[in-house]
Design a protein. Structure first.
Length: 108
């Protein structure tokens, strides 16, 4: 799977984008849900998918949608944002990101 490392870098870049959007920006997502939920605010999902497609091309939109769905199933919003902050600090993505990629590639 030669595209696997590339797709991990796409996911990582999208995650960085979600974390990096300035609070005053019109793209800034209100990441504090009003009540506990297992899904992320629509703005967070949209920023992630838009940036994933922008970086990987329109043909990977189903992959982008799959990965954010699996990420939501695996991580709370706070964990997701912490992973993004860790990536900004130069740390590696968690190992189960590879599993998310593999699962989504198999589903396509």
């Amino acid at each position: 799977m030669k595209r696997h490392p590339y797709l991990l870098s796409v996911i990582s870049a999208c995650l960085l984008t979600v974390v990096s959007v300035p609070k005053g920006s019109s793209q800034a997502a209100d990441v504090t849900p009003e009540e506990p939920t297992s899904t992320y605010p629509p703005e967070v999902v949209q920023i992630y998918v838009d940036n994933c497609v922008m970086r990987g091309g329109a043909e990977i939109r189903p992959f982008c949608a799959c990965t954010i769905e699996k990420i939501q199933e695996t991580y709370t919003l706070q964990e997701f944002l912490e992973i993004g902050q860790n990536l900004q600090a130069g740390k590696k993505a968690p190992r189960n990101f590879d599993q998310i990629i593999t699962t989504c590639l198999e589903d396509l």
